[in-house]
Design a protein around this ligand. Structure first.
Ligand code: BES
Ligand code: ZN
Length: 446
């Protein structure tokens, strides 16, 4: 268990409602950034808050010495929105602890994980007055909205941020107590579609039958995204999909994250997805088309005989190597444009995008990462996995800073990231602090 001071600081960190997507929370985002800066200075790093057109970025540096590798640790202090608020068992920004588990928005994604790294750095600095490597800590406030300002920041601070490798803890362990090394992430591209029929809501008895219903049109378009085997039907969608390697398909069959575990975790009546692939293969290595939100017409109690003027849906398409988010966004937009009847007007807004990521888990500093995990869980070989989530900036670390990324997450798969009642085991603060220490040691020794 973490020390009392560390725990109370973690609670302070979680109290900031740093929701990046909603401007109502702007002050909390700023407050959180400044809190972090102060914490990083207090543990002995040189830290500064950098303004951006969006939310600020914090950069901190450890002691620099010639001849040793530079490691950039990245994380984010922004969080996802809290709704639906009524499903939370407690206020999302008023953390509570039960049985060693803390509940709050951002507990796992990503405040708990980045805070554990900070604790690790603090402990090593306290004990030795130094770190085994040159360390850069980069904590941003816009990861949950696609990091719109971070790539430009990397370019304009290329020299300050130059590093040999990036390490990120913003993903999950395959199961409690099971060391996990992630070597792939999906990318994504977001699109929002609004269908407008009549220029105001109409009486569905007086006009229904003569005038197109935009909700029906949108439903038809959504249904057209998949075939009966749940493959995405858009032309060219799979053209650049890199097939799974045989070793991956074999290894993933033996992981403790089984279909039964997934089923329980989701509370769904049954799992379902693209034919010909296991659930893990579908999540980690196959692209998908998801409706994230859908609306239009009367949503209140009882019935209302209305023919709505508008209907809208928000989509994200998760992508795998070597799909190009821009190309897929065009394929998607073309599909909606070509298939909408002339009786509705379509407004299509392309949202943020992020590229997929895949590296050889045994190359570069991959073995150092695996050794560090092995020291935390003696006698266990780390599971080598991909993840279905996205961290868009990882691809930019490669293209702009020329550095590979080690993904060493220690959230649990059932932590309710992005859902009500997000949790993080307090013991994982210690686990993450240890991981930080071992990882820096192993990279220095590599
Ligand atoms: N921590 C997640 C990404 C993640 C989740 C990686 C699970 C591996 C496993 C990150 O904070 C996140 O949620 N990213 C967004 C990115 C998007 C908003 C651009 C995502 O994946 O939806
Ligand atoms: Zn997230």
């Amino acid at each position: 268990m973490p020390e009392e001071a560390a725990l109370s600081q973690f609670i302070d960190f979680l109290r900031f409602g740093s929701v990046s997507t909603d401007s109502k929370y702007k002050d909390q985002v700023l407050g959180c950034a400044d809190w972090l800066r102060q914490k990083l200075i207090a543990i002995g790093l040189k830290a500064a808050v950098h303004e951006t057109p969006g939310h600020p970025i914090i950069v901190a540096h450890g002691p620099k010495r010639e001849g040793r590798p530079t490691v950039l640790i990245y994380g984010h202090y922004d969080v996802q929105p809290v709704d639906p608020l009524t499903l939370w068992h407690r206020p999302p920004f008023n953390p509570g602890i039960e049985n060693g588990i803390i509940t709050a928005r951002g507990a796992s994604d990503n405040k708990g994980q980045i805070f554990a790294h900070i604790l690790g750095i603090e402990q090593t600095l306290k004990e030795t007055g130094d770190l085994p490597v040159n360390l850069i800590l980069l904590v941003e406030g816009e990861e949950e909205i696609g990091s719109p300002n971070l790539a430009a920041f990397l370019s304009s601070h290329r020299e300050e941020l130059a590093c040999d490798v990036v390490a990120i803890s913003d993903s999950s362990m395959i199961a409690p107590g099971h060391p996990t090394f992630t070597y792939g992430l999906r990318g994504l591209t977001a699109v929002e579609v609004t269908a407008t029929g009549p220029d105001h809501d109409l009486h569905s008895g007086i006009f229904g039958g003569a005038v197109e219903n935009p909700a029906t049109v949108l439903a038809r378009l959504i249904a057209g995204l998949h075939d009966k085997n749940l493959k995405v039907k858009l032309e060219g969608f799979y053209d650049d999909v890199r097939p799974l390697a045989l070793w991956e398909r074999k290894a993933w069959k033996h992981l403790p994250l089984t279909e039964n575990v997934l089923l329980k975790m989701t509370g769904s009546p049954a799992l379902r997805g693209e034919k010909g692939f296991t659930a893990l293969e579908r999540i980690w290595a196959r692209p998908t088309a998801e409706v994230n939100g859908i609306g239009g017409g009367y949503q209140g109690e009882g019935t209302k005989t209305v023919l709505p003027s508008k209907a809208m849906a928000k989509f994200t398409f998760r992508l795998v190597p070597d799909q190009d988010p821009k190309k897929i966004s065009e394929i998607v937009q073309d599909y909606f444009r070509k298939n909408a009847p002339p009786s509705v007007k379509l407004d299509i807004v392309a949202g943020h995008s992020g590229e997929p990521y895949l590296v050889d888990p045994n190359a570069g500093f991959g073995m150092a990462a695996q050794k560090a995990l092995g020291r935390i869980f003696p006698g266990q070989k780390p599971a080598l996995i991909r993840e279905g989530g996205s961290i868009p900036i990882v691809a930019d670390f490669k293209t702009i800073l020329k550095a590979d990324t080690l993904l060493l997450g220690f959230a649990l798969p059932d932590c309710n990231a992005h859902s009500p009642n997000e949790t993080f085991p307090l013991a994982h603060l210690d686990l993450g602090a240890k991981l930080n220490r071992y990882l820096l040691e192993e990279i220095a020794a590599a």
